[in-house]
Structures are given as structure tokens and as C-alpha cells.
Design a protein around this ligand. Structure first.
Ligand code: ATP
Ligand code: MG
Length: 661
């Protein structure tokens, strides 16, 4: 992308916060003014949410950019903040986790019980020779032990690297090697789609290539057969037998907390390093403010996997530091049937739900009648994260899940940012469907042109962050140069332009006429059509605004006349008949629909109706693979792809389809 991005769509719908919620909201509009007046003082106030063993001397050290240090000289223990202090405050009987296994088995874990488990695990790790600064790989299903393992590492100052339980031997082995981990914590397996799915064999194969691993700690979840090696230890024979007494030691505010690899939408994942005090400050504050969390009464549920940053910040560290009660679910949304999510909301009276656009669009495809069969009246705030949410998906979420009562917070952030950066506040912001609205208090986001100049309202460009923030990544593990090259050398001092260090997130965005921010997808995906930079997101959202469409992915394919031409891949809604002529007619209708909504410049050259789209294991669309297909190339890196059969099907369909023009 060279200059700025076209702003083609316009949105007039607007939803003010519900009055009752606004009246009792944790945060009011004052927060923005306070943060604007003195950003560092604002973050210092938020850091007071935590219990510090030693208070910091300085809020931010930015003398060696882009390497930030937050709350310098401060000391704290993360596990103490997430567990012990709640028990000391007398709420040990509060439920921390309502866990539900996919087969329907359940566990209820109070904060007092969590303290016991985390202390036992901390004692076991110490006995196994794991100490402060050592790395531990965690490869677990969505069971409470995943949170316990992370907190136990944090408690003793070990740095965890959680690897999503669906990853292959290779992905696990390279992550273990990159972090030089000493220990792996895993399970025999977990339940997925109605049956046990093994994890241990993957670990066995990976560990065979990883001499740094001294022990493998294995949780028994499914009871399936495992091959037992000399490094293996059962969790129930070690952790569950260990002493429940453990005193947490404080660590420096900049002590490394975790390494996490990005989800790999654009290519080879990067090992993002997060540290202690700043990370917990911002994840705790945003969880409390953006969801308007009332820990005494809310039941919170984040449907992400613990293997992604959303699981780190908004299942483990944010909610537990706030003393929240949450639901944790092991399995898939369609087991035993497509109502499972709504059955869980109904059963646990979930009041705050945080999920991803991919799931919302899937639910749209499955049909409105499914959520309509459950009591969802407990819900009061809905959240979205992971991809741009198409306005029609947003409206579907609002109407069918929120019953037109609940605010929706569309939260933009990244593995690299550690916590939410751009989002409405549910008691303050009048939201627009599809917009993440405004930077949170204390966050300085901007949309700029290729010279780092702010674009005017109504303009599109590159999303950047102009000032450091507490939960920012500190580096790419073991590769400071890649850290600078990847995030800091496109604009600002790192690019030889001026003195300010400007973080470039990789995403395109626009600022509409009211100043609200709209995320427009990756700038690498931006299409150049007859000299216009057009975002994939706007065309996809136009397609999803057609009543027959559930989901779509759009790419720019090389074209002799226009430079690039738009090729769209579309999943029809479940009830739409696409057989024979009806499919052809839909194709014509959709191309015309886009031209009508966005203008003729955005009319797709070609539309392919497909059953599935290629996605990462965290459910994000991988457009670069579709571009390979659209341009008849062999596929690029597919290691983070969820299901490779999907690409074969699409490639076959593409070959047999004739171009529409
Ligand atoms: P990689 O960096 O390896 O390609 P990734 O960027 O998909 O992987 P994550 O850190 O999990 O890995 O995702 C962050 C990205 O997700 C953001 O940069 C943005 O593109 C997208 N994203 C997250 N939340 C939103 C949102 N609310 N609206 C729009 N896009 C979002
Ligand atoms: Mg990324």
C-alpha cells in the first residue's frame, strides 16, 4: 500500500449505552480526560489496582526506545495478585472457575481451592528444578490445570510458553527449542468433537527432538493409554501430593512473565515476550473497564483458547486479578449440538460474553433459531476480538444474542499489545456496528499516511501507536533486531523520520467523519484496483450485508487491465439454495450488491461460493492462501492452517470455475 486507504462504506446506525448500565458503570468519560491530561499519572493510578510488594520508583523508562520499562523498581508477584490476595480479603469461597468439560462433566473451583492447586504446582515445579527465569512449555487442553500451570510458573518466576493444544509435533518442537524450555506440562488428551483427542504422542515426538526438556508433567484427563517414558511424571502423583503451603516471592516489575507465539495469519509466528507489572496493570484495568466487570455478581465467559493471547489476558490474568467468577469450557461449539454455547450461557447465567467474529459468523450460518431456544436474558455485555467484525455480524450478535439490550464492545488488540487498545467503554460510548470506536484511556492510537501524518476524519491509512503502553511487548524472544525491524522501522525514529518512536501494528484502518476508528484488515492484504487502495474488510462486509451470505474472504488477484481485481470467496447462509442456476444468480446478485453498496470500483471480478474458508487455528481467515489460489500459484506457508483439506477443495473449485466477465 502506498498512500492512503479508500473509505467506501458508511454507517449511520448508532447505539448509545443502556441508561441503567451507564448509571452504574465502573468507568465514566472522565477517564479519557484524566489520561489525556497526564498519561503516566493515569497508568500509575491503574497500577494501584494491584498489590505491590515494593512500590515503583518511576512509571516509565523510555530512554532506550523501543525497549520500554514500566513501573521501574516495583516488585510484585502475579500469582499472589490473581489468587492469594482474594483469599486474604475474605472471598476465598467465591467461585473462580466454573469448568465444563465437553462430555458435560464439571468442576467448580473457588479462589481458596485455586490457591491450594497453584501452591502445590509451584512446589512441584521447584522440586523438579524449575526456578526463576527458566522456561516452561504448556501444551494442554482447556482444563483448569492450564490456568493452574500458568499461575504456578508466574508464582515462581518461571516464564511460560503456552502452545495451542491443536498444534503439530513440529510446531511444538520449534517453540520448545526457540524458548529452550526445561519442562513440558501436558495431558494424556482432551475431549474434542465428542471423543478423546490425544496430546501425549505429539509431546513424545516433540520431546525426542528437544534435549533441553528434563521432565514432562502429564495431567490425566481422558484416561486413554499413553506410552510412558523416563522423563514422564503424572500430575496427580506429584502436584496433587505436594504441600499446599507456598509463600510467593515478589519479582521485579520487568521480570519476564511469558513468551507467546502470534497466531500466524501472515506467516512464521513470532515469540512475543511480555513482562510482569505493566502487563498485569493493563490486562487487569481493561478487563474491569471494558467489560464493566462487577466481580460480586457477574459471570464472565471468554470462549478463546488458553493457547492464544486472549486466553492469557482475558481468561487467566485479567479476570483472576479482578476476582471474577468465570466459565471455562473444554470443547467445541457444536458438541453435542450447535446450541452448546447458548446452553452454557443459560446454565451458568453468563452475564459477560467475549468471543470472536469467526464464531459469530458461524452461528449466523447455523441459523437464528438455535440461540432462540435458550434463555439468554442474563447477558449484559458482549465482546468481540480477533478480526474486524462485519457490521451485519455485529447486528446479528446484538439482535440474536443481546436481544437489542446489551452493548457490544469490539476490542482491537494483538499478541504484541498484550491487552486491549481500541474499544468502546460500555457505559460511555455510543457504538456503531463494526467499529472499534476509540483508543482506550491511556492509549495513543492514530491513523496515518505513508509519511506518518494523521489522516483527516473520513480518511484511511496505517494504524500506529504513538506512545508506549504498559502491556506492550518488550521484544521478540531472543531477537531484538527482528523486534525493531518488524514493528519500529516503518515510521518514526526507527525509519529515520524524526525523534519519535512509532509502533506500526500491520493493520490498516480508517477514521470516519465522527472520528470513530474502523479496522480494515492487514495492510499486506490491501488491494490496488485501478489506482485505488481498497481494503478487503470493506468488500467482505458489503458481501456479508447481503442476506444470503454468512462469511466471505476477499483478495486482490493480478489482473491485466486493472492491476489487481477483486476475487471473493463466499460462504452462503445455511438456508440458501445454491444449486444450479440459483448459484449463478446469487453470484450475479452479489457482484451487483457490492457495486451498489461500495461503488462500481469495488465490484468483484469473480465470486466463488465455498463451504469453508482457510483459517488459522485461532479461527482467522488466511487471505494470502486464497490469493495464491486466485493467482494460480502453489500455496505458501501452510503450517498454521487449521484444515488443509479446505484449500484443496477451494483450489479444485477455482480451476473448474470460469471467470464471470
Ligand atoms: P501473525 O502476526 O503471526 O500474522 P496474528 O496477527 O493473526 O498473527 P494475533 O496477535 O492473534 O496474531 O492477532 C492480532 C491481529 O488480529 C491484529 O493485528 C488484527 O489484524 C486482528 N484483530 C484483532 N482484534 C481485532 C478487532 N477487534 N478488529 C479488527 N481486527 C482485529
Ligand atoms: Mg500480527
Amino acid at each position: 500500500m502506498s498512500e492512503t486507504l479508500e473509505n467506501l462504506s458508511s454507517e449511520t446506525r448508532k447505539f448509545p449505552p443502556p441508561e441503567a448500565l451507564a448509571a452504574e458503570a465502573n468507568v465514566t468519560a472522565d477517564a479519557y480526560a484524566q489520561a489525556d491530561a497526564d498519561r503516566l499519572a493515569f497508568w500509575a493510578v491503574q497500577a494501584e489496582r494491584l498489590s505491590w510488594a515494593k512500590k515503583w520508583d518511576q512509571v516509565l523508562d523510555w530512554t532506550n526506545p523501543p525497549f520500554a520499562k514500566w513501573f521501574l523498581g516495583g516488585e510484585l508477584n502475579i500469582a499472589y495478585n490473581c489468587v492469594d490476595r482474594h483469599v486474604e480479603a475474605g472471598i476465598g469461597d467465591r467461585v473462580a472457575i466454573h469448568w465444563e468439560g465437553e462430555p458435560g462433566d464439571t468442576r467448580t473451583i473457588t479462589y481458596a481451592e485455586l490457591l491450594k492447586l497453584v501452591s502445590q504446582a509451584a512446589n512441584t515445579l521447584t522440586e523438579l528444578g524449575v526456578g526463576a527465569g527458566d522456561r516452561v512449555a504448556i501444551y494442554l487442553p482447556m482444563i483448569p490445570e492450564a490456568a493452574v500451570a500458568m499461575l504456578a510458573c508466574a508464582r515462581i518466576g518461571a516464564t511460560h510458553s503456552v502452545v495451542f493444544g491443536g498444534f503439530s509435533v513440529d510446531a511444538l518442537a520449534t517453540r520448545i527449542q526457540d524458548a529452550d524450555a526445561k519442562l513440558v506440562i501436558t495431558a494424556d488428551g482432551g475431549y474434542r468433537r465428542g471423543k478423546p483427542s490425544a496430546l501425549k504422542p505429539t509431546v513424545d515426538e516433540a520431546v525426542a527432538q528437544c534435549p533441553s526438556i528434563e521432565h514432562v508433567l502429564v495431567v490425566r484427563r481422558t484416561g486413554q493409554d499413553v506410552v510412558w517414558g523416563e522423563k514422564d511424571l503424572w500430575w496427580h502423583e506429584t502436584v496433587e501430593q505436594a504441600s499446599p503451603e507456598h509463600t510467593a516471592q515478589p519479582f521485579d516489575s520487568e521480570h519476564p512473565l511469558f513468551i507467546l507465539y502470534t497466531s500466524g495469519t501472515t506467516g512464521k509466528p513470532k515469540g512475543i515476550l511480555h513482562t510482569t507489572g505493566g502487563y498485569l496493570t493493563q490486562s487487569s484495568y481493561t478487563h474491569w473497564s471494558v467489560f464493566d466487570l462487577k466481580p460480586e455478581t457477574d459471570v464472565y465467559w471468554c470462549t478463546a483458547d488458553i493457547g492464544w493471547v486472549t486466553g492469557h489476558s482475558y481468561i487467566v490474568y485479567g479476570p483472576l486479578s479482578n476476582g471474577a467468577t468465570q466459565v471455562m469450557y473444554e470443547g467445541t461449539p457444536d458438541t453435542p449440538d450447535r446450541g452448546r454455547f447458548w446452553q452454557l450461557v443459560d446454565k451458568y447465567k453468563v452475564s459477560i460474553l467475549y468471543t470472536a467474529p469467526t464464531l459469530i459468523r458461524t452461528m449466523m450460518k447455523w441459523g437464528d433459531d438455535i440461540p432462540a431456544g435458550y434463555d439468554l436474558s442474563s447477558l449484559r455485555v458482549l465482546g468481540s476480538v480477533g478480526e474486524p467484525i462485519n457490521p451485519e455480524a455485529w447486528m446479528w450478535y446484538r439482535e440474536n444474542i443481546g436481544h437489542n439490550r446489551t452493548p457490544i464492545v469490539d476490542t482491537w488488540w494483538q499478541t504484541e499489545t498484550g491487552s486491549m487498545m481500541i474499544s468502546p467503554l460500555p457505559g460511555v460510548t455510543a457504538t456503531k456496528p463494526g467499529s472499534a470506536m476509540t483508543p482506550l484511556p491511556g492509549v495513543t492510537a492514530d491513523v496515518v499516511d505513508d509519511q506518518a501524518r494523521s489522516v483527516p476524519d473520513g480518511g484511511g491509512g496505517f494504524l500506529v501507536l504513538r506512545e508506549p503502553w504498559p502491556s506492550m511487548l518488550r521484544t521478540i524472544w531472543g531477537d531484538d533486531k527482528r523486534f525493531i525491524d518488524t514493528y519500529w522501522s516503518r515510521f518514526g525514529a526507527g525509519a529515520g523520520q524524526g525523534d519519535d518512536w512509532i509502533y506500526f501494528a500491520g493493520d490498516g484502518a480508517k477514521r470516519d467523519e465522527d472520528g470513530a476508528l474502523w479496522l480494515l484488515g492487514r495492510v499486506d492484504d490491501v488491494m490496488l484496483i485501478s489506482g485505488h487502495n481498497i481494503s478487503t474488510t470493506e468488500v467482505e462486509s458489503a458481501l456479508v450485508s447481503h442476506p444470503s451470505v454468512a462469511e466471505s474472504a476477499v483478495v486482490g488477484a493480478t489482473d491485466a487491465t486493472t492491476g489487481q481485481a477483486i476475487v471473493a470467496f463466499v460462504i452462503p447462509r445455511g438456508n440458501v439454495d445454491t444449486s444450479g442456476d440459483k448459484g449463478e444468480q446469487l453470484n450475479v446478485d452479489l457482484r451487483n450488491h457490492v457495486a451498489k453498496v461500495l461503488g462500481p470500483i469495488a465490484k468483484p471480478r469473480q465470486i466463488m461460493l465455498v463451504a469453508e474458508l482457510p483459517k488459522t487455528r485461532s479461527g482467522k481467515i488466511m487471505r494470502r492462501l486464497l490469493k495464491d489460489v486466485a493467482e494460480n500459484r502453489s500455496l505458501g506457508d501452510v503450517t498454521t492452517l487449521q484444515d488443509s483439506a479446505v484449500m484443496d477443495l477451494i483450489a479444485e473449485g477455482m480451476k473448474s470455475a470460469k471467470s464471470e466477465d
